[in-house]
Design a protein around this ligand. Structure first.
Ligand code: ADP
Ligand code: MG
Length: 278
């Protein structure tokens, strides 16, 4: 299946006061994509995440996960196996007292045979770089390590897509880096489709595509550089373009500039060639 997720004119309200948490969302996520969903607090990111694997069901419109309508209650488990979710708080996701038992929990619930679980758990822990911690107690790990164990638990269910809902928001800078590195590795080495929800612009910049949410609606859905060209609109909704990108746009650089290093290389290029080829 080439299409992992499809939202068709999806709206959802938590209550019946007429305030929609998300309204009229339409987008498609294809196999192998790395998509960031960016937006300030309350813009509807978590609602979008929960709609993607049948934690929430649309009031209007339709969500298809691997072609399955999430409103079909008989197939909820199947959908959750295809679309795995990692949440913000690492402590709320720990279910066992030993790391490898924690990772085994998901596949056990799916009825995977024990010998197959053993293989999957070891493989998942190696993939997130936590194999050496397999017999440790999860609650004693750092935040970044706990999130990597949570990611291993999802990977062990062999999903097609992993949705991370601000999975780095509670981590220190080191933990954030660990988790991002892990996700990029899983995407590049295993081809897993990633939906990376964040309010950090620099993290969103790592994706191939950014969906910007504002007030429950999609404001932009485009390549990071295209999105960052809309500095004024982004600032109006409380988001900031990375400084390096703004600098590059001001100098009309042609290269992709998302970090200070990129901007510096571009600037050197301009100075050397006396052009804007940077
Ligand atoms: P984000 O994840 O971007 O912060 P949410 O999807 O959590 O945004 O929230 C979107 C809107 O829905 C906000 O107005 C928020 O107050 C509201 N909302 C979120 N969760 C609930 C809930 N459980 N009950 C009522 N309203 C909610
Ligand atoms: Mg949220």
């Amino acid at each position: 299946m080439d299409t992992i997720l499809e939202f068709k004119n999806v709206s959802f309200s938590y209550d019946d006061d007429g305030n929609k948490a998300v309204s009229n969302l339409s987008f498609t996520i294809k196999k192998g994509e790395f998509v960031a969903v960016l937006g300030h607090n309350g813009s509807g990111k978590s609602t979008l995440a929960k709609l993607s694997n049948a934690i929430l069901i649309p009031d209007e419109g339709q969500v298809l996960a691997m072609g399955i309508d999430t409103a079909d209650e008989t197939r909820t488990l199947e959908i959750r196996q295809h679309i795995g979710m990692v949440f913000q708080n690492p402590d709320n996701q720990i279910v066992a007292t030993i790391v490898e038992e924690d990772v085994a929990f998901g596949p056990e619930n799916l009825g995977v045979p024990p010998e197959e679980i053993r293989i999957r758990v070891d493989k998942a822990l190696k993939a997130v770089g936590m194999y050496d911690f397999r017999d440790h107690e999860p609650h004693k790990l750092s935040g970044g390590q706990k999130q990597r164990v949570a990611i291993a638990g999802i990977i062990a269910m062999q999903p097609d897509c992993i949705v991370l809902d601000e999975a780095t928001a509670m981590l220190d800078p080191n933990g954030r880096k660990e988790v991002i590195k892990t996700i990029k590795y899983l995407h590049e080495e295993y081809g897993i489709t990633v939906v990376f929800i964040t309010h950090y612009m620099d993290e969103a910049a790592l994706a191939d595509r950014i969906i910007v949410m504002n007030d429950g609606e999609i404001l932009f859905d485009d390549h990071p550089l295209e999105v960052f060209h809309h500095g004024k609109e982004l600032r109006e909704v409380g988001l900031d373009v990375p400084q390096a990108t703004e600098f590059a746009i001001a100098l009309n650089m042609k290269r992709k500039v998302l970090t200070t290093e990129d901007a510096l290389e571009g600037l050197i290029g301009i100075l050397e060639k006396g052009s804007s080829e940077g």
